[in-house]
Design a protein around this ligand. Sequence first.
Ligand SMILES: Nc1nc2c(ncn2[C@@H]2O[C@H](COP(=O)(O)OP(=O)(O)OP(=O)(O)O)[C@@H](O)[C@H]2O)c(=O)[nH]1
Ligand SMILES: [Mg+2]
Length: 382
Amino acid sequence: MALNLKDQHIAVFGERGSGKTVLISSFYGMTQDSSYDTSLYTVRAESTKQGNALHANYLQMLEDDTPPLSTAAADAQAYKFVLDLTGEAKPKEFDGLRLVWHDYPGEWFTEDPSTEDPEELEARVRTFRNLMQSDVAFILVDGQKLLDYASQEEKYLKLLLADFKNELLNRKDDILIDGKKQDRFPRIWVFALSKADLHPDLDVQKFRNLMVKKAQGDMAALGDALKEFVTTDEALSIGEDFILLSSAKFEPNAIKVSERIGLDLILPVATMLPLERLALWAKRYDISAKVLAKLVDNVDDYLPRLMDVLKLVAVKIPKIGLFVAAWLIPALEQFAPVAKEQLEQAYEDALAKKDYGAATLAKFGRDLAEGEERKVLRRGQQ
Ligand SMILES: Nc1nc2c(ncn2[C@@H]2O[C@H](COP(=O)(O)OP(=O)(O)OP(=O)(O)O)[C@@H](O)[C@H]2O)c(=O)[nH]1
Ligand SMILES: [Mg+2]
């Protein structure tokens, strides 16, 4: 029988050399390491060939202190990682999660095509469209560039954000199918400081302050551009969420892949943050349940299971998820905000019931709270 997998796309936007390939390689390598906690799920690459290629990148960093090469157009790929939940799946439950993560040459988003090759041009469009299927997008702010532009960071940030905005607007016709604004589009745009190991004194709060102080106008302009792509444009968060990422500690002649920052938060951010944010939008704005249900992926599946294990049972959620409109808004109203202790308890309860899907979601929620305590993650208003 085919596995019932829930897809979650990850969009990482970053210029050439900003750390995309090292990030995906380090993420996958981390999950394959014997030290990785596999009590709830294991991670595998759907394609062995892709998995081996990423693992090879990782091992070359680990054993030979050699980073991967800059990504060539021919190597642009959608990597599919499957999270296989521990234990036997019960009927109707999902068996796991599939994470679709695109890697591509950074120059695709900063430079006009220098090629006439129709295949490459098509691959660019396809990649861009696929990236826009994600709920959450990460915009990489290159930590090395911040150092290069020390004390005039605004110059780099302006270039980065203005280029990105212009590129998006230039591709509007490619992205908008039939010219129509989209329901499904990344609604949460997280600014991620890559190579955070180069900034040992910068916690996420300071990173956010830097962005606000030096690039507030450019972030707002990008936000305005994004509004041109989406329906219900009040349901859009940009410049609210920040994260620190470091795929390894790069020292002269040594790459320490076990010294990572923030990689453990990527899955929790991709799956739980959209649910939390949806709850906030439901409270704050007058958006119909039918529309809300379209804004993020898998809400009709994840939310009932979390509600159940969080014991938020005042809302009767029918077992068959057809009539989302009947329960979604009351459910979302109860759902947020959920305290860390409540998520911890839900995690323990789900584990006791051997409901590994709910346990994973509850743990992801707890991980986000912990990431904030460690000042690696800063979430928008809860
Ligand atoms: N200090 C530090 N350096 C990093 C980190 N990640 C990447 N780098 C450095 O940045 C270089 C480029 O990283 P890549 O992952 O290849 O960059 P990319 O975004 O894939 O670049 P393109 O494929 O050209 O678009 C690496 O060779 C490393 O030298 C990190 O976490 N910390
Ligand atoms: Mg690359």
